[in-house]
Ligand binder design. Structure first.
Ligand code: ATP
Ligand code: MG
Length: 416
């Protein structure tokens, strides 16, 4: 027997509805905020992620599924959604659409990770991207939308952490201070971090190695180095969130795992599980980096797998009830079988969930199966019933039976 690759999961029918449910809720919220779905390829040119996510990030340095295709092109399975969405935005000239352009998606992502709870090699993200607005009001709107999404699931222990990581300008002086700090204790850092020092010292703040985390404790904070514009932007975001009744914490240690962020960054963290469910931020430089004209943008991605895990741990009720048949229609004899095939089709055409026998089982076996499916009602149809066009409809919960006319309209009325 061949097993599934490490870090992947089979999501069986008794669970798959949870993912559909979570995506449905998200789609509803996205609709109310004006986001429209985009679908982009599972694989892209490796260069897109190297440039879009950043050469010195963990994702690019350690986590990508990269291979040469038969034509000799370097291909990578997408590790995140934003780079592909920005590529599609540019390639399809979406910059000329009325601004802002608001896009959303729910897609699988692939990262070669250390597999553990809440960390898989194939996982799904629900995400949103907003293009064309530099005002802090876009940050506020997208955080409100993310907050609405999280609140829908009734998860009580989630904290919103926000930070500003400034723009290119304020980062210049910050990076100098940060480099000096790291250099002063360079021996405390891992080899990857040492190699990042010249190219991208801020990456070191996001390292997951224990010794690097400890060494970073007293590092200078970007918030102390923000330029006037970035400072004002951040103050405005905070004030508007407070006005909207959204609780948040300023966490100056958030730098986010992807290189393209600027100004506002945010994370919704499950305190009990101590992991991030949803994360995002502004990325004003990315569209330009990928060959477009300067276009401010902001977005987030939510980990569906983690959301479902956290939900189930802290809510007694299941995410949604499983779908059970409205009616099981058993048949006895060939004539009845033919009648039931047509009747079932009519009911199904009218949005009724019908189970019927297709295995040519005995009546006894059919009824046993009806019980297992937890059908709400059952009907037994034999030759007599076909002749008289009458049958007994049984309520499977309380055992009550009533005689009804064997017409689809009557059945629909009775069981709806
Ligand atoms: P982390 O610091 O936990 O590795 P990240 O910075 O790599 O997170 P993002 O790339 O911002 O995360 O992805 C957004 C969200 O996607 C995360 O907050 C998380 O919920 C989910 N996610 C990321 N990587 C994985 C994974 N390997 N397995 C399951 N969910 C994931
Ligand atoms: Mg990660």
């Amino acid at each position: 027997m061949i097993n599934k690759p490490k870090g992947t999961r089979d999501i069986l029918p008794n669970e798959s509805y949870k993912w559909a449910y979570v995506e449905n809720i998200a789609n509803n919220i996205f609709k109310n905020y004006g986001y429209k779905e985009i679908r982009v390829p599972v694989f892209e040119s490796t260069e897109l992620f190297a440039r879009g996510v950043g050469e010195t990030t963990d994702v690019v340095q350690k986590e990508m599924y990269t291979f040469d295709d038969k034509g000799g092109r370097s291909i990578t399975l997408r590790p995140e959604g934003t780079a592909g969405v920005v590529r599609a935005y540019l390639e399809n000239g979406m910059g000329s659409l009325p601004s802002p352009v608001k896009l959303c998606y729910a897609m699988p992502m692939y990262r070669y990770e250390n597999v553990q709870k809440g960390r898989y090699r194939e996982f799904r993200q629900i995400g949103a991207e907003l293009f064309g607005v530099s005002s802090y009001l876009a940050d506020v709107e997208i955080i409100l939308m993310a907050d609405a999404l999280i609140k829908k699931y009734n998860i009580s222990d989630v904290t919103l952490n926000i930070n500003s990581i400034g723009c290119k300008e304020c980062r210049k002086s910050y990076q100098k201070a940060l480099k000096d700090y790291i250099n002063s204790k360079i021996d405390c850092y891992c080899e990857t971090c040492k190699s990042r020092l010249e190219k991208n010292p801020m990456r070191i703040l996001d390292c997951k190695e224990k010794k690097c985390k400890e060494a970073n404790v007293n590092a200078p904070k970007i918030l102390d180095y923000l330029c006037d514009e970035c400072k004002e932007h951040f103050e405005n975001v905070k004030k508007a969130l407070t006005d909207a009744g959204i609780k948040y914490k300023v966490d100056s240690s958030i730098v986010r795992g992807l290189d393209y962020y600027s100004k506002t960054v945010f994370e919704f963290v499950s305190d009990k599980e101590n992991y991030t469910i949803l994360a995002g931020g502004r990325y004003d430089g990315l569209v330009e980096e990928l060959g477009g004209v300067h276009t401010p943008a902001i977005g987030f991605a939510m980990g569906e797998d983690r959301l479902i895990e956290v939900y189930e741990k802290y809510n007694k009720e299941s995410l949604v009830q499983e779908n059970t048949p409205d009616v099981y229609i058993a048949n006895v004899g060939e004539k009845a079988e033919k009648f039931v095939t047509i009747l079932s089709k009519e009911l199904r055409d009218n949005d009724i969930y019908v189970e019927k026998d297709i295995s040519e089982r005995s009546l006894n076996a059919q009824l046993k199966y009806a019980n297992k499916t937890k059908a709400k009602y059952s009907l037994i149809i034999g030759e007599d019933e076909v002749e008289t066009k009458k049958a007994k409809l049984k309520n499977m919960e309380n055992g009550e039976e009533i005689e009804i006319e064997l017409k689809s309209e009557t059945i629909i009325k009775m069981i709806k």
